[in-house]
Design a protein around this ligand. Structure first.
Ligand SMILES: *Cc1c(COP(=O)(O)O)cnc(C)c1O
Length: 403
């Protein structure tokens, strides 16, 4: 067989931009063309590319130690756990690497807690999840995805999950019963197109789970660490989950760092040997994670996300008013925009990918999701003038597609 043109598995279809350098909100290709990054690594780059404090923390740690494994202790594990639990008003931390691993870990902890503390038989234990969820790509997680692209062909699937419509507190209350060990939700569904639930939904989820004696597990891998204008999206509703998953921005865009933070008595079901990770909590990850927590400690970045988010919202509302967008959903510096029906490219109806191509031609990078939706999640550190320029480019690209 002849060698394929690309040796890379084709599980992505990237825009025709090849990045060779990046700094702050900007990326650059080999020809020196510059683009504003309005995806920011799906929020892994909340602090921009190569934030100086984070790069300095990583560089310094490279000169000390990078991996010791959890078979031995190291000097940054407890400081990382302290920094992340202080930041999130939680009690205990389990360090992992990727987001999916953090969610898998939370599922394992919830099931073990259900079996050992609540006495729910393993074959009956249920975790209630939302339609339209995105929690990662492992076999168990795609088992309860409702996105056919993410799920199809990967069976047999892991049982033990029940679905409810996202944002409907009554349906959630009806779905929770004696066998429910946990409710697992994203406070805002990012991958689904930045779907913000009605006010009070997380508070309702908190009281429903409390009454039923089930755990509330909130996946803040994308919504957490400043994106919504609060440290955690759940802060906006004054709610504290029993377990919260963190990832993406926790690694500062430098290394994969994820964690489950939450109640000490719940994470306490883990005993030596019952769970683990070769790389979880490695010194380099901890050094970057601590620096990320320090960046967020005084609330400046969160306040900036709130302020720039209002600007973003006003500009998007104007595009909706002008008929250039069908809808715009926004929380903090995070938005999902839906294209109206009337946009065309080459005589056919334009989709989110077409808009992203038109934006890239204007020096702005963004990513479509689910057909006619584009997600905007600029670095929280983006200059106001750069954000305005990106939104000018968005209007121009929409006008071009509407012509
Ligand atoms: C990205 C994401 C994940 C998965 O994180 P990976 O690091 O890609 O495994 C899980 N949950 C949410 C809400 C996410 O946005």
């Amino acid at each position: 067989m002849p060698a394929p043109a690309s040796r890379l598995a084709r599980n992505y279809a990237p825009l025709p931009v090849t990045v060779v350098r990046a700094e702050g909100a900007w990326v650059e290709d080999a020809d020196g063309a510059r683009y504003l990054d309005l995806l920011a690594g799906y929020s892994a780059l909340n602090f921009g590319h190569r934030h100086p404090d984070l790069v300095a923390a990583a560089r310094a740690q490279l000169g000390r130690s990078t991996l010791v494994s959890r078979a031995f202790d190291h000097d940054l594990l407890e400081p990382f756990a302290a920094a992340a639990t202080d930041l999130t008003s939680t009690e205990m931390l389990l360090p992992m690497n990727t987001g999916a691993e953090a969610v898998e870990s939370a599922i394992k902890v919830a099931r073990r807690w259900g079996a050992q503390v609540r006495g729910v038989p393993a074959e009956r234990a249920t975790i209630v999840v939302a339609d339209g969820n995105f929690h990662g790509r492992t076999t168990t997680i795609v088992s309860f995805s409702t996105d056919p692209d993410a799920r199809e062909g990967y069976g047999p699937y892991t049982p033990g999950f029940r679905h409810v419509p996202f944002g409907d507190a009554e349906e959630l209350a009806d779905a929770v019963d004696d066998d429910t060990v946990a409710v697992l939700l994203e406070p805002v569904q990012g991958e689904a197109g930045v779907v913000v639930p009605p006010a009070g939904y997380l508070r309702a989820a908190r009281s429903i789970t409390e009454e039923a004696g089930a755990l509330l597990v909130l996946d803040e891998i994308q919504s957490g660490l400043g994106r919504t204008g609060a440290t955690l999206a759940q802060d906006l509703e004054g709610v504290r989950a029993d377990l919260t998953t963190l990832g993406k921005a926790l690694g500062g865009g430098i290394v994969p760092v994820s964690a489950v933070v939450g109640r000490a008595d719940v994470l306490g079901v883990l005993t030596p040997g019952s769970h683990g990770s070769t790389f979880g909590g490695n010194p380099l990850a901890c050094a970057v994670g601590i620096a990320v927590c320090e960046l967020l400690a005084d609330g400046t970045i969160q306040a900036r996300a709130t302020r720039l988010g209002e600007l973003l919202g006003a500009r998007l509302d104007a595009l909706v008013a002008d008929g250039l967008l069908a809808r715009a959903r926004r929380i903090g510096l995070w938005a999902g925009i839906d294209l109206p029906g009337g946009l065309t490219v080459d005589g056919r109806r334009a989709d989110g990918h077409d808009l992203c191509v038109a934006l890239a031609r204007r020096g702005v990078l963004a990513k479509d999701t689910h057909g006619a939706t584009v997600r905007l999640s600029p670095p929280l550190t983006i200059d106001e003038a750069d954000l305005e320029a990106a939104l000018d480019a968005l209007r121009a690209a929409l006008v071009e597609l509407a012509a």
